[in-house]
Design a protein around this ligand. Structure first.
Ligand code: HPA
Length: 279
C-alpha cells in the first residue's frame, strides 16, 4: 500500500462501514470471525444471515482468484452479534499487506471486541498428529512485509503496537475449558507465519521448530497484528493438516491439507460455536 493510500485508510474504512451498516440488522458486531480453512461450517450456523459479497462492499479489495467466494456474513451466532469473513486474501496470491488485512481492519472498525481466526497449519511439535486442533498461544512473524509499515493513523491505532497478550490469555483459557466440557481434544502452541506458497523443505521445518514454533502456515499473522493494533482481543485456532517432521518428512500437497481440514472442521466449528456462547 502506498503512502497516499495509507493516509486515506480511515476514510476508506468509514465508507466501507457505512455501506455495511446500511445492509446489516444491527449497528455493532460483538465478534468478528475469519473463516479460514476449517471453519466454513460456522457460516451455516449463523442465524438471521445477511450476506454481502466482497465485490459489493465499497473499497473492499477485488479478488483476482477465479471462483473465489468472498462474502461478509452478518447475523447471530450463539446469541451474539457476529460478522464473519468467508474467504480471505493471502499474501502468496500477490496481494499487498493492505489488501491482506483490509477485512480484519474493517471488522475491528465495525467495533468488534473479539476476533476469532482459524487456519490450517503444518505441525512441527512431534507430540501433535494430523487432524489435531491447536489453540494458538503466540506467533512468530516471518512475513517479508509488515502490515503496519508506513504512515500510522492514530484514529485507528498507535504507531508502536504492544504485542503483549496478543492471543488473549482469558480467551485461551476459555477455549481450553470449552474444549474439555465438549469432549474435544486440543493442543496449544506457537504459530509461525510465512509467505509461502511453497511448503517447507526438511531443513526449513527443522529451523522453524528450532526457533520455537509448534505449527507453520501462510496466513493469520497479518490479520492478528492489525487486530491488536486496533484494540480487538484475538483467539486463534489451527487445524494441524500435516506433520512437518524433518526426519520423517512425507510428501504433501494442497489437497491433503484440504482433506485433513474438512475432516477436522466439524469439531473446530462446534468448539467455536460453544466458545462464542460463553463469551
Ligand atoms: N507449511 C506451511 N503452510 C501450511 C502447511 C505447512 O506444512 N500445512 C498447511 N499450511
Amino acid at each position: 500500500m502506498g503512502i497516499e493510500e495509507k493516509n486515506l485508510e480511515f476514510e476508506k474504512l468509514s465508507e466501507s462501514k457505512k455501506f455495511i451498516l446500511e445492509n446489516l440488522n444491527f449497528d455493532k458486531p460483538d465478534v468478528g470471525i475469519i473463516l479460514g480453512t476449517g471453519l466454513g461450517g460456522v457460516a451455516d450456523r449463523i442465524e438471521d444471515q445477511v450476506e454481502i459479497p466482497y465485490q459489493k462492499i465499497l473499497n473492499f479489495p477485488i479478488s483476482t482468484v477465479k471462483g473465489h467466494e468472498g462474502m461478509l456474513i452478518g447475523g447471530k451466532l450463539s446469541g451474539k452479534k457476529v460478522c464473519a469473513m468467508k474467504g480471505r486474501f493471502h499474501y502468496y496470491e500477490g496481494y499487498d499487506m493492505g489488501k491482506v488485512t483490509y477485512g480484519a481492519k474493517l471488522l475491528c472498525f465495525l467495533g468488534i471486541d473479539t476476533l476469532i481466526v482459524s487456519n490450517a497449519a503444518g505441525g512441527l511439535n512431534p507430540q501433535f498428529s494430523r487432524g489435531d486442533i491447536m489453540i494458538i498461544t503466540d506467533h512468530i512473524n516471518l512475513f517479508p512485509e509488515h502490515p503496519l509499515r508506513g504512515s500510522s493513523d492514530e484514529r485507528l491505532g498507535p504507531r508502536f503496537t504492544d504485542m503483549y497478550n496478543t492471543y488473549d490469555k482469558d480467551l485461551i483459557k476459555l477455549a481450553e475449558v470449552t474444549a474439555l466440557d465438549t469432549g474435544i481434544k486440543v493442543r496449544k502452541g506457537i504459530y509461525l507465519g510465512l509467505q509461502g506458497p511453497t511448503f517447507e523443505t526438511a531443513a526449513e521445518y527443522r529451523m522453524i521448530r528450532t526457533i520455537g514454533a509448534d505449527a507453520v502456515g501462510m496466513s493469520t499473522v497479518p490479520e492478528v497484528i492489525v487486530a491488536r493494533w486496533m484494540g480487538s482481543k484475538v483467539l486463534g485456532l489451527s487445524i494441524i493438516s500435516d506433520m512437518g517432521l524433518p526426519d520423517a518428512l512425507e510428501p504433501i500437497n494442497h489437497e491433503m491439507v484440504l482433506k485433513a481440514s474438512i475432516e477436522a472442521e466439524p469439531k473446530l466449528s462446534e468448539l467455536v460455536i460453544n466458545i462464542v456462547e460463553r463469551l
